[in-house]
Design a protein around this ligand. Structure first.
Ligand SMILES: Cc1cc2nc3c(=O)[nH]c(=O)nc-3n(C[C@H](O)[C@H](O)[C@H](O)COP(=O)(O)O)c2cc1C
Length: 204
């Protein structure tokens, strides 16, 4: 169901020059986008979690980004009736305007915890045409990038090269729990800018 309660209206912005928050240009009115994020890494100092926290702060008032606890999901097994935690996943996705996947690569592939969540989604239609962004932040990450792109396309999400980002050498771009690399922040901002465009497009 796509109808959502409208909260206080907020302004959408032109992200054309987004290196500094004060350069955000207000161009129109729009409700705050509701975004569900999935993180392939659940340890406390995770670079991918840091990226998601950066986005939550950076786009506060424009997007409400909630991280879904994929660690609460049981292991997928075909034919098993999905338990309530899995229905929470389905409902969260169905209610969301868009999705963000942020993940490292583990052993030349996606981390098992994220792959497990995706396996629960294979036989559903909740991802169909859902505006989706993917950020792979890893030491290298090429395999995870290719794998997640293939999966998200196969599951019919609305993901594109403009809403996909591959950040290599992520540890060197983070200092004291913050993204230190300005170019990386700009690239991440641009992904969300394009995701916002896809949300607007999907609502037309
Ligand atoms: C078990 C394990 C396996 C890993 N395998 C790979 C790999 O195959 N390719 C890669 O690019 N990085 C690999 N890495 C390094 C991660 O990409 C890197 O530690 C990354 O920062 C982890 O993301 P996080 O900080 O969000 O947890 C691995 C790390 C771990 C812990």
């Amino acid at each position: 169901m796509r109808v959502k309660e409208l909260g206080a209206p907020v302004f959408i912005v032109s992200f054309a020059l987004m290196t500094k928050p004060q350069r955000i240009i207000r161009v129109g009115r729009m409700k705050e986008a509701q975004i569900i994020a999935f993180c392939g890494s659940i340890h406390t100092k995770s670079s991918n979690q840091i990226i998601l926290r950066y986005l939550q702060e950076r786009f506060r008032g424009i997007c409400n980004i909630e991280v879904f606890p994929i660690e609460s999901l049981p292991y997928f097994s075909p034919g098993v009736n999905p338990p309530s935690t899995v229905f929470k996943l389905y409902n969260a996705i169905e209610r969301a305007d868009a999705l963000i996947f942020a993940t490292p690569e583990y052993v030349f592939s996606l981390p098992g915890i994220l792959k497990n969540a995706l396996e629960w989604l294979v036989s559903t239609t909740v991802l169909d045409h859902k505006p989706t962004a993917m950020i792979i932040a890893a030491a290298d990450g090429s395999h995870a990038y290719a794998s997640l792109k293939k999966i998200l396309q196969t599951l019919m999400t609305d993901v594109s090269s403009k809403t996909s980002l591959h950040v290599r050498g992520i540890k060197g771009k983070i200092k004291n729990g913050q993204i230190e690399c300005v170019q990386t922040k700009q690239k991440i901002d641009r992904v969300i800018m394009h995701l916002q465009e896809r949300i607007r497009h999907s609502e037309e």
